[in-house]
Design a protein around this ligand. Structure first.
Ligand code: CP
Ligand code: NVA
Length: 300
Protein backbone atom coordinates (compact mmCIF):
# COMPACT_ATOMS: atom_id res chain seq x y z
CA UNK A 1 0.00 0.00 0.00
CA UNK A 2 1.62 3.26 -1.18
CA UNK A 3 -1.40 5.58 -1.21
CA UNK A 4 -5.10 5.46 -0.43
CA UNK A 5 -6.65 6.95 -3.56
CA UNK A 6 -9.63 4.59 -3.86
CA UNK A 7 -10.61 1.24 -2.33
CA UNK A 8 -10.38 -0.50 -5.70
CA UNK A 9 -6.58 -0.17 -5.42
CA UNK A 10 -6.52 -2.28 -2.23
CA UNK A 11 -6.75 -6.05 -2.06
CA UNK A 12 -9.23 -7.68 0.32
CA UNK A 13 -6.25 -8.70 2.47
CA UNK A 14 -4.99 -5.10 2.65
CA UNK A 15 -8.43 -3.83 3.69
CA UNK A 16 -8.69 -6.57 6.34
CA UNK A 17 -5.25 -5.70 7.64
CA UNK A 18 -6.24 -2.00 7.99
CA UNK A 19 -9.41 -3.02 9.85
CA UNK A 20 -7.46 -5.30 12.20
CA UNK A 21 -4.95 -2.55 12.99
CA UNK A 22 -7.83 -0.10 13.50
CA UNK A 23 -9.38 -2.44 16.08
CA UNK A 24 -6.03 -2.70 17.85
CA UNK A 25 -5.50 1.09 17.89
CA UNK A 26 -9.03 1.56 19.23
CA UNK A 27 -8.27 -0.89 22.04
CA UNK A 28 -4.98 0.83 22.84
CA UNK A 29 -6.58 4.28 22.94
CA UNK A 30 -9.34 3.05 25.24
CA UNK A 31 -6.78 1.51 27.58
CA UNK A 32 -4.38 4.46 27.49
CA UNK A 33 -1.65 2.41 25.83
CA UNK A 34 0.71 4.78 24.06
CA UNK A 35 1.03 4.23 20.31
CA UNK A 36 3.39 6.88 18.97
CA UNK A 37 4.10 5.11 15.68
CA UNK A 38 4.47 8.38 13.74
CA UNK A 39 6.70 10.40 16.05
CA UNK A 40 7.91 13.54 14.26
CA UNK A 41 5.87 12.88 11.10
CA UNK A 42 4.00 15.73 9.38
CA UNK A 43 0.69 15.30 7.56
CA UNK A 44 -0.62 18.09 5.32
CA UNK A 45 -4.42 18.20 4.99
CA UNK A 46 -5.70 20.01 1.88
CA UNK A 47 -9.40 20.87 1.97
CA UNK A 48 -11.25 22.49 -0.93
CA UNK A 49 -14.59 21.36 0.56
CA UNK A 50 -16.02 21.62 4.10
CA UNK A 51 -15.45 18.99 6.76
CA UNK A 52 -16.11 18.25 10.42
CA UNK A 53 -15.26 14.56 10.88
CA UNK A 54 -12.47 14.16 8.37
CA UNK A 55 -10.56 17.22 9.49
CA UNK A 56 -10.87 16.61 13.22
CA UNK A 57 -10.24 12.85 13.07
CA UNK A 58 -7.12 13.20 10.92
CA UNK A 59 -5.73 16.00 13.08
CA UNK A 60 -6.44 14.23 16.37
CA UNK A 61 -5.25 10.94 14.85
CA UNK A 62 -1.87 12.36 13.86
CA UNK A 63 -1.44 13.90 17.32
CA UNK A 64 -2.31 10.61 19.03
CA UNK A 65 0.26 8.84 16.85
CA UNK A 66 2.93 11.29 18.00
CA UNK A 67 2.96 13.31 14.77
CA UNK A 68 1.50 16.59 13.62
CA UNK A 69 -1.14 17.70 11.12
CA UNK A 70 -1.37 20.96 9.18
CA UNK A 71 -4.73 22.25 7.95
CA UNK A 72 -4.28 23.66 4.44
CA UNK A 73 -7.33 25.42 3.09
CA UNK A 74 -7.57 25.28 -0.70
CA UNK A 75 -8.46 28.98 -0.75
CA UNK A 76 -5.33 29.98 1.13
CA UNK A 77 -2.89 27.80 -0.79
CA UNK A 78 -1.48 29.11 -4.08
CA UNK A 79 -3.39 26.11 -5.53
CA UNK A 80 -6.50 28.28 -5.20
CA UNK A 81 -4.80 30.92 -7.39
CA UNK A 82 -3.92 28.45 -10.10
CA UNK A 83 -0.60 26.89 -9.04
CA UNK A 84 -0.66 23.48 -10.75
CA UNK A 85 -1.31 20.34 -8.71
CA UNK A 86 1.87 18.78 -10.06
CA UNK A 87 3.97 21.66 -8.68
CA UNK A 88 2.10 21.68 -5.37
CA UNK A 89 2.76 17.94 -5.11
CA UNK A 90 6.52 18.33 -5.60
CA UNK A 91 6.79 21.26 -3.16
CA UNK A 92 4.74 19.65 -0.40
CA UNK A 93 6.73 16.42 -0.79
CA UNK A 94 9.85 18.36 0.34
CA UNK A 95 8.19 19.43 3.62
CA UNK A 96 5.74 16.71 4.59
CA UNK A 97 5.58 12.95 5.17
CA UNK A 98 2.06 12.54 3.80
CA UNK A 99 -0.87 14.45 2.30
CA UNK A 100 -4.57 14.02 2.91
CA UNK A 101 -6.73 15.79 0.33
CA UNK A 102 -10.47 16.46 0.09
CA UNK A 103 -11.49 17.94 -3.22
CA UNK A 104 -13.79 17.62 -6.23
CA UNK A 105 -11.99 15.75 -8.99
CA UNK A 106 -10.59 12.27 -8.44
CA UNK A 107 -8.04 13.02 -11.18
CA UNK A 108 -6.56 15.82 -9.02
CA UNK A 109 -5.93 13.34 -6.20
CA UNK A 110 -4.36 10.87 -8.62
CA UNK A 111 -2.16 13.65 -10.06
CA UNK A 112 -1.00 14.68 -6.59
CA UNK A 113 0.10 11.09 -5.98
CA UNK A 114 1.74 10.81 -9.39
CA UNK A 115 3.90 13.92 -9.06
CA UNK A 116 4.55 13.83 -5.32
CA UNK A 117 6.96 11.46 -3.62
CA UNK A 118 4.97 10.92 -0.40
CA UNK A 119 1.79 8.94 0.38
CA UNK A 120 -1.51 10.58 -0.60
CA UNK A 121 -4.80 9.82 1.16
CA UNK A 122 -8.16 10.61 -0.44
CA UNK A 123 -10.33 12.36 2.14
CA UNK A 124 -13.31 12.45 -0.30
CA UNK A 125 -13.79 13.35 -3.94
CA UNK A 126 -16.91 13.48 -6.08
CA UNK A 127 -16.02 9.91 -7.06
CA UNK A 128 -15.33 8.16 -3.78
CA UNK A 129 -14.81 8.31 -0.01
CA UNK A 130 -12.50 5.43 0.94
CA UNK A 131 -11.69 6.62 4.50
CA UNK A 132 -15.39 6.71 5.36
CA UNK A 133 -15.99 3.21 4.06
CA UNK A 134 -13.05 1.77 6.01
CA UNK A 135 -14.72 3.17 9.15
CA UNK A 136 -18.08 1.79 7.97
CA UNK A 137 -16.64 -1.69 7.45
CA UNK A 138 -15.01 -1.53 10.87
CA UNK A 139 -18.38 -0.61 12.41
CA UNK A 140 -20.26 -3.36 10.58
CA UNK A 141 -17.75 -5.95 11.80
CA UNK A 142 -17.97 -4.57 15.35
CA UNK A 143 -21.74 -5.01 15.41
CA UNK A 144 -22.12 -8.14 13.31
CA UNK A 145 -18.94 -10.07 14.17
CA UNK A 146 -17.93 -10.75 10.56
CA UNK A 147 -18.98 -9.92 6.99
CA UNK A 148 -19.95 -13.45 6.08
CA UNK A 149 -23.44 -13.73 4.55
CA UNK A 150 -24.34 -10.09 5.21
CA UNK A 151 -26.43 -7.87 2.97
CA UNK A 152 -25.54 -4.17 2.82
CA UNK A 153 -28.22 -1.89 1.40
CA UNK A 154 -27.70 1.73 0.34
CA UNK A 155 -30.67 3.99 -0.35
CA UNK A 156 -30.22 7.30 -2.16
CA UNK A 157 -27.93 8.97 -4.65
CA UNK A 158 -25.42 6.81 -6.53
CA UNK A 159 -22.70 9.14 -5.29
CA UNK A 160 -19.17 8.94 -3.84
CA UNK A 161 -20.49 6.98 -0.84
CA UNK A 162 -22.36 4.49 -3.02
CA UNK A 163 -19.28 3.92 -5.19
CA UNK A 164 -17.00 3.22 -2.23
CA UNK A 165 -19.58 1.11 -0.39
CA UNK A 166 -20.02 -1.10 -3.45
CA UNK A 167 -16.27 -1.68 -3.75
CA UNK A 168 -15.65 -2.12 -0.01
CA UNK A 169 -18.74 -4.26 0.54
CA UNK A 170 -18.07 -6.61 -2.38
CA UNK A 171 -14.38 -6.92 -1.47
CA UNK A 172 -15.37 -7.99 2.05
CA UNK A 173 -17.75 -10.59 0.59
CA UNK A 174 -21.05 -8.88 1.38
CA UNK A 175 -24.05 -8.76 -0.91
CA UNK A 176 -24.68 -5.12 -1.87
CA UNK A 177 -28.03 -3.64 -2.93
CA UNK A 178 -28.42 -0.03 -4.08
CA UNK A 179 -31.79 1.70 -4.41
CA UNK A 180 -31.53 4.88 -6.45
CA UNK A 181 -33.57 6.71 -9.08
CA UNK A 182 -32.74 5.96 -12.72
CA UNK A 183 -30.30 8.61 -13.86
CA UNK A 184 -28.64 8.71 -10.43
CA UNK A 185 -26.92 5.33 -10.51
CA UNK A 186 -23.42 4.72 -9.16
CA UNK A 187 -20.41 4.88 -11.48
CA UNK A 188 -20.91 2.41 -14.39
CA UNK A 189 -17.36 1.02 -14.14
CA UNK A 190 -17.80 0.38 -10.42
CA UNK A 191 -21.10 -1.42 -11.11
CA UNK A 192 -19.60 -3.50 -13.93
CA UNK A 193 -16.66 -4.52 -11.71
CA UNK A 194 -18.96 -5.41 -8.81
CA UNK A 195 -21.33 -7.45 -10.95
CA UNK A 196 -18.37 -9.54 -12.08
CA UNK A 197 -16.81 -9.89 -8.61
CA UNK A 198 -19.79 -10.44 -6.34
CA UNK A 199 -23.48 -9.94 -5.73
CA UNK A 200 -24.75 -6.47 -6.62
CA UNK A 201 -28.35 -5.34 -7.09
CA UNK A 202 -29.12 -1.89 -8.51
CA UNK A 203 -32.79 -1.01 -8.50
CA UNK A 204 -35.21 1.86 -8.10
CA UNK A 205 -37.33 -0.39 -5.84
CA UNK A 206 -36.47 0.68 -2.29
CA UNK A 207 -38.26 -2.23 -0.64
CA UNK A 208 -36.48 -4.78 -2.83
CA UNK A 209 -33.09 -3.30 -1.96
CA UNK A 210 -33.89 -3.22 1.76
CA UNK A 211 -35.33 -6.72 1.92
CA UNK A 212 -33.49 -8.80 4.54
CA UNK A 213 -30.67 -6.26 4.78
CA UNK A 214 -28.30 -6.52 7.74
CA UNK A 215 -27.08 -2.94 7.35
CA UNK A 216 -29.05 -0.03 5.88
CA UNK A 217 -27.00 2.95 4.72
CA UNK A 218 -28.00 6.35 3.43
CA UNK A 219 -26.45 9.70 2.57
CA UNK A 220 -27.61 13.19 1.55
CA UNK A 221 -29.55 13.74 -1.66
CA UNK A 222 -27.30 16.63 -2.73
CA UNK A 223 -23.57 16.30 -2.09
CA UNK A 224 -21.04 19.09 -1.67
CA UNK A 225 -20.72 20.85 -5.01
CA UNK A 226 -24.33 20.00 -6.03
CA UNK A 227 -25.97 22.89 -4.18
CA UNK A 228 -27.47 24.29 -7.42
CA UNK A 229 -29.33 20.98 -8.00
CA UNK A 230 -30.87 20.94 -4.52
CA UNK A 231 -34.47 21.78 -5.52
CA UNK A 232 -34.47 19.34 -8.45
CA UNK A 233 -32.97 16.59 -6.29
CA UNK A 234 -35.58 17.14 -3.56
CA UNK A 235 -38.20 16.18 -6.13
CA UNK A 236 -36.33 13.22 -7.62
CA UNK A 237 -35.32 11.68 -4.27
CA UNK A 238 -38.56 12.41 -2.39
CA UNK A 239 -39.25 8.74 -1.65
CA UNK A 240 -35.63 7.68 -1.06
CA UNK A 241 -35.91 7.90 2.68
CA UNK A 242 -34.86 5.42 5.34
CA UNK A 243 -38.09 5.27 7.32
CA UNK A 244 -39.96 2.62 9.31
CA UNK A 245 -41.19 1.00 6.08
CA UNK A 246 -37.61 0.44 4.94
CA UNK A 247 -36.64 -0.86 8.38
CA UNK A 248 -39.61 -3.26 8.33
CA UNK A 249 -38.28 -4.77 5.09
CA UNK A 250 -34.76 -5.15 6.53
CA UNK A 251 -33.83 -7.83 9.09
CA UNK A 252 -35.26 -7.16 12.57
CA UNK A 253 -31.73 -6.63 13.95
CA UNK A 254 -30.55 -4.49 11.01
CA UNK A 255 -28.17 -1.68 11.82
CA UNK A 256 -28.38 1.79 10.28
CA UNK A 257 -25.35 3.70 9.04
CA UNK A 258 -24.93 7.27 7.83
CA UNK A 259 -21.65 8.96 6.94
CA UNK A 260 -23.06 12.29 8.23
CA UNK A 261 -23.95 15.10 8.07
CA UNK A 262 -27.60 13.88 8.05
CA UNK A 263 -30.66 15.71 6.80
CA UNK A 264 -33.52 14.46 8.93
CA UNK A 265 -36.81 14.41 7.07
CA UNK A 266 -34.99 13.92 3.77
CA UNK A 267 -32.86 10.76 3.39
CA UNK A 268 -33.71 9.50 6.91
CA UNK A 269 -36.49 10.13 9.40
CA UNK A 270 -35.79 11.61 12.81
CA UNK A 271 -37.20 8.43 14.40
CA UNK A 272 -34.99 5.97 12.54
CA UNK A 273 -31.93 8.18 13.01
CA UNK A 274 -32.37 8.49 16.77
CA UNK A 275 -33.28 4.81 17.21
CA UNK A 276 -29.92 3.94 15.59
CA UNK A 277 -27.83 6.82 16.94
CA UNK A 278 -25.55 4.41 18.83
CA UNK A 279 -24.38 2.76 15.60
CA UNK A 280 -24.20 6.02 13.67
CA UNK A 281 -21.97 7.76 16.22
CA UNK A 282 -19.81 4.67 16.73
CA UNK A 283 -19.36 4.83 12.96
CA UNK A 284 -18.32 8.49 13.23
CA UNK A 285 -15.85 7.66 16.03
CA UNK A 286 -14.39 4.84 13.95
CA UNK A 287 -13.20 7.38 11.38
CA UNK A 288 -10.46 8.16 13.88
CA UNK A 289 -9.34 4.56 14.40
CA UNK A 290 -9.57 3.50 10.75
CA UNK A 291 -7.61 6.55 9.57
CA UNK A 292 -4.95 6.09 12.23
CA UNK A 293 -4.51 2.58 10.85
CA UNK A 294 -4.17 3.95 7.31
CA UNK A 295 -1.67 6.57 8.50
CA UNK A 296 0.46 3.95 10.26
CA UNK A 297 0.39 1.68 7.19
CA UNK A 298 1.40 4.51 4.83
CA UNK A 299 3.65 6.79 6.86
CA UNK A 300 5.51 4.54 9.29
N1 CP B 1 -18.48 11.87 6.77
C1 CP B 1 -17.60 12.87 6.54
O1 CP B 1 -16.66 12.74 5.75
O2 CP B 1 -17.80 13.96 7.32
P1 CP B 1 -17.14 15.39 7.11
O3 CP B 1 -17.65 15.93 5.81
O4 CP B 1 -17.59 16.19 8.29
O5 CP B 1 -15.65 15.24 7.07
N1 NVA C 1 -21.97 12.50 -0.43
C1 NVA C 1 -21.58 13.46 0.58
C2 NVA C 1 -20.72 12.80 1.61
C3 NVA C 1 -20.30 13.71 2.75
C4 NVA C 1 -19.42 13.00 3.73
C5 NVA C 1 -20.84 14.62 -0.08
O1 NVA C 1 -20.00 14.38 -0.94
O2 NVA C 1 -21.13 15.77 0.26
Amino acid sequence: MKHLLKLADLSAEEIMSVLNLADQLKYERKNNIEHHHLKGKQLGMIFTKSSTRTRVSFEVGMNELGGNALFLSGNDLQLGRGEPIKDTARVLSRFLDGIMIRTFKQSDVEELAEYGSIPVINGLTDYCHPCQVLADLMTIREYKGSFRGLKLCFIGDGNNMANSLIVGGIKMGMEVAIACPDGYRPDPDVCAWAQKEGKLLITSDIQAAAENADAVYTDVWASMGQEAEKAEREKVFKHYCVDEGVMAAAKPDAMVLHCLPAHRGEEITEEVFEAHAAEIFDEAENRLHAQKAVLVKLLK
